[in-house]
Design a binder for this molecule. Structure first.
Ligand code: SF4
Length: 317
């Protein structure tokens, strides 16, 4: 396989900075590869803790069995060193990058390279199909994939990377709509309930529900995905947003879909809301969901390429 890190220009400059850059880029790509391997088989601490809590609060014997099966599945994934679900998703990165991070110019290529390597070594299921060719690329990369969302932090010299294995039954479907102001919050809540009920068992509940509120369909959809990145146990920073999260959680948990769709006390793990200012004439909502195997993680990488996985305590890559 021809890696992007070896270019003719680099070969001509055998003693200079380019070789140091090449070695650093190799190291960064290897960090991303290891990070994806971890994500594929071990749930982040917040998700695992919430599933434990929901299991302890489940009254239905069948529901408790489903949670037990989920945890047995996770133990086997660790023991056998394999992904905990066959659908390892389309890889999405949400990057907060300091503008003084030394490898900023190579970061996109390193993320892509990490995905290619992880596809072979983890392995990840090749899921990326080019749209018009209808052909699987075989390595989980393709046009604009891995999907990368950028946020630049002026002067910072570290990067924080959220990686998300967005599965075909849960996170990728999503939903966005712009309501008239007269539809009010009621219109939004009805759409949330309709959509969660429509997902039913297909999204592998209990679900993490991300709700984006804002001014346009695209902004609300993006915010709904960002809501899924926030750790479970945190609340919206606005008091009304936090209250709305709790109320929606309680209400959605009356539906009775339950773990794995076998009915039970909890159909959702949590509801997270992120919001932006809106136009007086437009009330936009976006909805994204994460399944019980909500495989997203956060890693911080410093300028010397030392790193810490903030979402999985004690993880060693
Ligand atoms: S919804 Fe989640 S657990 Fe279910 S198949 Fe998709 S990725 Fe796997």
């Amino acid at each position: 396989m021809a890696y992007f890190l070896y270019t003719p220009a680099m070969e001509q400059d055998r003693t200079g900075q380019r070789f140091k850059d090449k070695a650093a880029a190799e190291q960064l790509a290897a960090i991303i590869e290891g990070f994806l391997a971890l994500l594929g088989k071990r749930l982040p601490d917040d998700v695992a803790a919430r599933l434990e809590l929901l299991r302890s609060q489940e009254d239905s014997p069948l529901g408790r069995e489903i949670y037990t099966a989920m945890f047995a599945n996770l133990q086997m994934a660790e023991a056998l060193n394999r992904p905990c679900c066959q659908d390892t998703g389309v890889i999405q990165f949400f990057v907060r990058a300091g503008t003084a991070f030394p490898l900023l110019g190579k970061l996109e290529a390193c993320l892509k390279e990490g995905v290619i390597r992880a596809t072979g070594s983890v392995p990840l299921r090749p899921n990326v199909v080019e749209f018009f060719e209808e052909k699987n690329t075989g390595n989980n990369t393709g046009t604009r994939i891995p999907w990368i969302d950028w946020e630049l932090v002026s002067g910072g010299d570290t990067i924080q990377v959220f990686a998300y294995m967005a599965g075909g039954g849960c996170s990728l479907p999503g939903f966005a709509r712009v309501f008239m102001p007269l539809d009010g919050y009621g219109g939004i809540f009805k759409a949330v309930f309709d959509q969660i009920v429509a997902y039913g068992i297909n999204a592998c509940p209990p679900l993490l529900v991300g709700l984006g509120l804002g001014n346009s369909a695209d902004a609300a959809a993006k915010l709904s995905k960002k809501a899924l990145l926030r750790f479970i146990g945190t609340r919206n920073t606005h008091p009304q947003g936090a209250e709305l999260e709790e109320r929606l959680e309680r209400a959605l948990n009356t539906i009775g879909i339950g773990p794995g769709g076998f009915s039970g006390n909890h159909s959702v793990m949590a509801v997270h809301i992120e919001q932006a200012g809106r136009h007086p004439a437009a009330l936009a909502m976006g909805l994204s969901t994460g399944c019980w195997a909500h495989r997203r993680g956060l890693i911080e990488i410093r300028k010397d390429l030392s790193c810490e996985v903030l979402s999985h305590k004690g993880a060693v890559l």
